[in-house]
Design a protein around this ligand. Sequence first.
Ligand SMILES: [Zn+2]
Length: 128
Amino acid sequence: MILDNENNDGISFDKICPKCGVGNPDDADNCIVCDKDLEETVLFFEDEFYDIELTNDSFIEYRKNFYKTRRTGKVRVFSIDKMEKIRFGHPITRFTFNYNGKKEVYALKAENYRSLKYLMVKIGNFEE
Ligand SMILES: [Zn+2]
């Protein structure tokens, strides 16, 4: 009989904290390092120029320096309520919206684009 240790022992730290980037146990409610509420995160992905977090009321950008490099520490939080003219641009995987009268454009990887679109439609804040 072969013992399967992989599934029995050890805690995996796969739940990445969007705020500080630390890996947390899958069942963590709050980040073990910065105490961010991990339950509020609806979606989190890493893209080329930014990491993006989506909660039920905010779209949050964690800006990176350059292509696939570290974060700059610059964080922008957009309230979904105040986002206007939300568009998912076919066939290009671009996500755009107006905020305080200014147009914001996010060029995303295809898989991230699809996840974001799916969840934004679920949250119910975009017009086709
Ligand atoms: Zn954290």
